[in-house]
Design a protein around this ligand. Structure first.
Ligand code: E4P
Length: 217
């Protein structure tokens, strides 16, 4: 399972990278705005800064919602760095753009997936990744994890190579459950990744080992 961090915060990206287990980064316009990164040039520079920190894929989202605009922006984003994956919204024009990018060797992440049908059509268009937003489904009393299971079944039935990128992961248990269901990738906040490390019995056990070592020395 690949681990992506879902942030535009460079310090957190560096911290996750230093753990040695980071496979990539996802961003979106809201995450950029949260870090105070505004204006096209600053945003493009920020993507390059992120690529220079991590080794893996970095999702960069188009703002246009028309086909020509998405192609123009996507080609510019893809030209920034070889690690860039163009993030395209799940709308009709987006599907056309994903097909175009796929035919032209540009990798894509189809974002804002909330149903298995959307994931199916994104895979048919040749998306590299699909991003089902599990946390946002949970927020409206719908089981986000069930969507991961449905997409896994459909993709396995037909051998689609599109990777399931579980997005809108909010906590550690989301990661565990996505791993059980066979999501290819998860993207979440640093806290959700660091939560995997923790167990009180580990802390108690280590404290006892160190205490017993001191007794004998
Ligand atoms: C995915 O790529 C999105 O950036 C993200 O996971 C959205 O998460 P949120 O629902 O916590 O905003």
């Amino acid at each position: 399972m690949k681990f992506f961090i879902d942030t535009a915060n460079l310090d957190q990206i560096k911290e996750a990278q230093n753990l040695g287990i980071l496979d990539g980064v996802t961003t979106n316009p809201s995450l950029m705005a949260k870090e105070g990164i505004t204006g096209k040039n600053n945003i493009l520079k920020h993507y390059v800064d992120i690529c220079n920190i991590v080794d893996g894929d970095v999702s960069a989202e188009v703002i246009a919602t028309d086909f020509e605009g998405m192609i123009r922006e996507g080609e510019e984003l893809a030209g920034l760095h070889e690690q860039i994956v163009v993030k395209v919204p799940m709308i009709k024009e987006g599907i056309k753009a994903i097909k175009y990018f796929s035919d032209n060797g540009i990798r894509t992440n189809c974002t804002l997936i909330f149903s298995p049908g959307q994931a199916l059509i994104a895979a048919k268009a040749g998306a590299t990744y699909v991003s089902p937003f599990i946390g946002r489904l949970d927020d409206v009393s719908t089981d986000g994890l069930n969507l991961i299971a449905e997409i896994r079944l459909i993709y396995d039935n037909y051998g689609f190579e599109t990777e399931i990128l579980a997005a809108s992961v909010r906590h550690t248990m989301h990661i565990i459950d996505c791993a059980k269901l066979g999501a290819d990738v998860m993207t979440g906040p640093l806290s959700s990744i660091e939560g995997l490390l923790k167990h009180p019995l580990t802390d108690i056990g280590l404290a006892k080992f160190l205490e017993d070592y001191k007794k004998g020395n």
